[in-house]
Each structure stands twice: as C-alpha cells, then as structure tokens.
Design a protein around this ligand. Structure first.
Ligand code: PLP
Length: 378
C-alpha cells in the first residue's frame, strides 16, 4: 500500500520506536515515586519537557503531558468553562477539529461565536479585527493548519491582535507540528499537539499553558504534572514523541519540505489536467506541503476510495474522525462548498516517507479510476 493518510496518523519513525523500546526496557519506575528508580523516570520526563519547550519557545514548566490532542483540546475548553463568567463569549474558527468544536459547543452553547473563513479556507482576519474593537471574548481559538485542507491559518497575526486586546489565544497545532518548524508557537497562550501526527506514537500529546496559570484540570486524581493532569506519566511515549520531533525539526531546518512541496504541486497540475472538472479546496491559499483536498469531477466518494484502495493507495475522504458521517464536512461547508460538492472530496496527505514516484503513481491511479467511474456512468 502507498500511504497517503498522514493527516490521520503518520507511520512511527524508527528513532521513535527505538526511543520507546529503550525507555520501556531501562526506565522502570513511576516518575512520582520517591526512590532513585522513580527519580530516573522523573529526570527523563523533565529532560523531554525542556527539549519540547526549546522547540516551541516557551518555559518547560508550562508544558503538560496528555494522552493526545483530544484530551489537551478538551482541557482548554473545560478550563475556560470554569474560568469565565456566564456572560463572556468564546470565539473559535469555523474549521476547528471536532474535538475543539464539540467541546466548545458543549461548554459554551449560546456564548460560542464562530469566526468565519473565506472560500480559500483562511479565517477572516477582517471579521476578527472588527469584532475585537467591540467585544472582548474570554478566549479566541484558531488552529495553526487545517487537517482536511492543509490550509495554513494566520495564527501569528491572530495572536498579535489578541495580545493587543489582552484576549487569551489558543492554537491547535496538531497538523502544524512536524510539517512546519515549531518555533514561535510557544508565544501563544495555549498550544496543543499530538505525537502520532509527526512520527511519534499514538496516545501521547501535550498542552502548553501561559506562565503561572492556574489550570483547572480535566482529569482529577494524583498530583502529577503539578496537579494539572492526573495520571501516571507514560515515560516511553514521551521520549518517543521527543525523538520524532527532533528528527522532524532537523529535517525542516534543512528545508526538505520545500522539495516535497514541488512534488505536491506537480501532482496537482496533473490531477487538474487529467480529471477535468476536479477542484482543489483552498488552492489559492498558503497550504501545508503534504495535503491535497480535491473534489473529484464525478462519482461517489466511497467508490473512489475503494477503487483506490484496491489499486494500493490509502487515501481518505477528509478527516478520519468523520469518515462514514452522512453530513458534509463542516470545513468545506464553512468554505462555501455545497453539500453535493463536499461529498466529492478526497484527501491525499503524504509525508516524509512519500517519494516523488509515489505522488506520480497516485496521479496515474486517479486518472485510471476516473476513466472507470466515467465509463460506468456513460
Ligand atoms: N486536532 C487536529 C487538528 C487533528 O487533526 C486531530 C486528529 O485528527 C486532533 C486534534 C485530535 O488528535 P488525537 O486524535 O490524537 O487526540
């Protein structure tokens, strides 16, 4: 199978596997235990926290390990539900991942305001600027890059304007990390990430909070993570997360993603030429170098998916979390695509192991499948 579903989860890197194995074999204690065996676990976690803080550009003390981004994102919403008074609004972008969208809807209901996006899938900065002159929400949430379209959000600009009005700013950086350099993210008040999107293991992530903040924990129990997240830390997955991020940061510093962006561009040109009537969502906007969200010219989404699967390509219909849902993608709907059009979308997301030949093979396979779909219809 040629794997084009990195945005759902990326293959675990060799270095990350090795780090996990070494930690599992050698670090046997509970980081909260008072003896030296526990001390070794605690030191390893502290060291990893410092390294992650270095990449993000924040203080190690402000990083909390979590079971992944879903937990981290829910923690942010839960915290603000407790911290804000009953009238204060929360604003989130229309294209947030369901774990932000649904928890925000759950906690804030009528107090939740949606930041619109343009047809290109970028948050409407004019809207944000205008609204902030009038109202001060308790939190603004804008993801760093979208998981379905790969469209990069102007999170630095949104952060700057929120800082100007002293409004806390939160970015879900799950799709950004490992694909773009982490530098600067630490300036956001709240940042979340998940290892499995950048070559680390599943089930480990983090939440970065503002310095000296009193976070209301989502999980209660032990006093791990300075009382901000109960539960024994998973040392092996934390070290594995770091091993993967270190590799990706090194490769990104060397600019390898720039070449990969060229392969993706070439793929899109072939796609649009051979599949007349297809469209790339967010085509004119800055996008992650690995993602193509394409509306197929005709035929049902699941038919394309199974034909590609049979041809040896693992692709998706959008977010893995929404596969099988009847409703169209909320991201494409927010961008102004009609339901029928949104149902024609396929997401191709490559990664650091994807070669130019893989993109070329995918383009060829799509042209072949299109021939079959079109022929069956005629
Ligand atoms: N946020 C974004 C943007 C995502 O793409 C995902 C996963 O698809 C998540 C959050 C949730 O991450 P996890 O499933 O690792 O908890």
């Amino acid at each position: 199978m040629i794997y084009f579903d990195y945005n759902a989860t990326a293959p675990v890197m060799r270095e990350a596997r090795e780090a996990w194995l070494a930690a599992t074999e050698n670090i046997r204690g509970n980081a909260s235990s008072p003896h030296r065996v526990g001390g070794a676990a605690s030191t390893a976690i502290t060291d990893a926290r410092e390294k992650l803080a270095h990449f993000l550009g924040c203080h190690a003390a402000d990083i909390i390990w979590t079971s992944g981004a879903t937990e981290a994102n829910n923690t942010v919403m839960h915290h603000f539900a407790r911290a804000l008074d009953a009238k204060t609004e929360v604003w989130i972008s229309a294209i947030e991942h369901p774990c932000v969208m649904e928890s925000a809807q759950h906690y804030f209901q009528k107090r939740l305001k949606i930041i619109p996006v343009t047809h290109g899938g970028v948050i409407d900065m004019d809207w944000l600027t205008m609204e902030l002159t009038d109202t001060r929400p308790g939190l603004v949430a804008v993801m760093a890059a979208n998981n379905e379209t790969g469209v990069i959000q102007p999170w630095r600009e949104a952060l700057a304007i929120c800082q100007q009005y002293e409004v806390p700013f939160f970015t879900d950086a799950v799709q950004w990390l490992g694909k773009m350099p982490a530098k600067g993210l630490g300036e956001c008040d709240f940042v979340t990430g998940a290892a499995h999107k950048f070559g680390g293991p599943r089930g480990i992530g983090f939440l970065k909070v503002p310095p000296k903040s009193h976070l209301t924990p989502l999980l209660l129990g032990g006093k791990q993570e300075k009382g901000r997240r109960a539960g024994t830390e998973n040392v092996a997955t934390i070290l594995s997360l770091l091993a993967a991020l270190e590799i990706r940061e090194k490769q990104l510093a060397q600019g390898e993603h720039k070449t990969r962006a060229i392969w993706r561009e070439k793929f899109e040109i072939i796609l649009l030429e051979h599949l007349r009537g297809s469209t790339v969502a967010g085509a004119g906007s800055p996008r992650l170098w690995n993602t193509v969200s394409a509306l197929m010219p005709e035929g049902a989404q699941l038919r394309w998916l199974s034909k590609l699967d049979n041809a040896g390509f693992a692709v998706s219909t959008g977010s893995a979390c929404t596969t099988g849902k009847e409703e169209p993608s909320h991201v494409l709907s927010a961008m102004g695509f009609k339901a029928a059009d949104a149902h024609r979308v396929l997401r191709f997301s490559g990664g650091w192991e994807t070669t130019e030949a893989d993109w070329d093979a995918l383009a060829k396979a799509l042209a072949k499948v299109y021939g079959e779909v079109h022929h069956a219809k005629a």
